[in-house]
Design a protein around this ligand. Structure first.
Ligand code: FAD
Length: 274
């Protein structure tokens, strides 16, 4: 069975939250396994992430908070885990996180995602299903692809149940990554993270910072559309749908959509697939 999940980021205002819950209601009929909600590293969205997770969970479909360790103390993390348990949450997307300044890593009690996975297992046993991040095109700060794979395996051995990838636009990078980690003994599901294409300049900026490559032929076509956003959306939908089809045909166990708090772009792709 193909799994489906959607990712949100926490909104800043009550109006934003109201809109987000509408988006959640538009996506819910497609029976996602969970809605995940991102977390600002260092706890910058701690209360907002919690509030959105609570609102989603109370409306009946499982919510999965993201939790990052860099810049958060063990006491803060323990407290959040307790609150999430009390709320009935049973899945966490477990991350290192990125502090905006890049500082904080050396002084953090937990410095890498594998340490957070270990910590959550020590504190809460098997209560939570733990998702971790995977990077088919290599994490931008990794010293080599090989080391990054080893570090991924470390997270899995620490007790991760499943992985969600950084987004990519090249299905072969996903298949290569999966083949490599399977050969290293990893057998957990690795779910492709899917970024719908709706706005070229934002996508290009974000992709630069997170190390996701936009293939030249896609970039050039998007650039050529200029301000013609209808053509960008149409082309983006085709490209992403084709890639998702290839991923699912090639054995990907499901899809996780980076919704950017909108239902339409993700649903357009998903509806083409079902
Ligand atoms: P790690 O797995 O710890 O890896 C980070 C880097 O360190 C890699 O280069 C790795 O090779 C290396 N490394 C790992 N372990 C070790 C070790 N033990 N010793 C030495 N080197 C090591 N960010 C947020 O702030 N909030 C979010 O909600 C959020 N959600 C995300 C969801 C997904 C699905 C993905 C793919 C990313 C998300 N991110 C989020 C971004 C993520 O926090 C950054 O990519 C961050 O830089 C790395 O996080 P990680 O959990 O992959 O780190």
């Amino acid at each position: 069975m193909t799994t489906l999940s959607f990712e949100f980021f926490p909104t800043k205002t009550d109006e934003g939250t109201g809109n987000l819950l509408k988006v959640r209601d538009e996506l819910a009929p497609f029976n996602p396994e969970f809605f995940s909600v991102t977390y600002g590293a260092g706890g910058s969205t701690r209360d907002r992430t919690f509030a959105i997770v609570k609102a989603i969970q109370e409306r009946g479909i499982a919510a999965a908070p993201h939790l990052s360790c860099v810049g958060d103390s063990k006491t803060d993390l323990r407290d959040l885990l307790t609150r999430y348990k009390e709320l009935g949450i049973n899945r966490i997307v477990t991350l290192r996180g990125d502090l905006p300044s890049g500082s904080g890593l050396a002084s953090s009690e937990l410095r890498y995602a594998n340490e957070l996975v270990e910590f959550i297992r020590e504190e809460t046993g098997d209560h939570f299903t733990l998702e971790v991040a995977a990077y088919p095109e290599m994490h931008p700060q990794a010293t080599s692809f090989e080391k990054d794979l080893q570090n991924f395996v470390r997270k899995v051995k620490a007790g991760a149940d499943s992985a969600i990838t950084q987004y990519f636009f090249n299905a072969d990078s996903y298949f290569h990554f999966v083949d490599r980690v399977r050969a290293m003994g990893v057998d957990i599901p690795i779910i492709p993270g899917i970024m719908p294409i709706t706005n070229y300049s934002k996508l290009a900026r974000f992709s630069d910072s997170c190390g996701a490559e936009i293939p030249r032929w896609i970039r050039k076509q998007l650039e050529a559309y200029g301000d013609d956003s209808d053509s960008i959306v149409k082309f983006g939908e085709e490209v992403v749908t084709d890639m998702c089809r290839r991923l699912l045909d090639g054995g990907a166990p499901g899809l996780h959509f980076y919704t950017l708090n909108q239902s339409k772009p993700s649903l357009a792709v998903w509806k083409n697939l079902i």
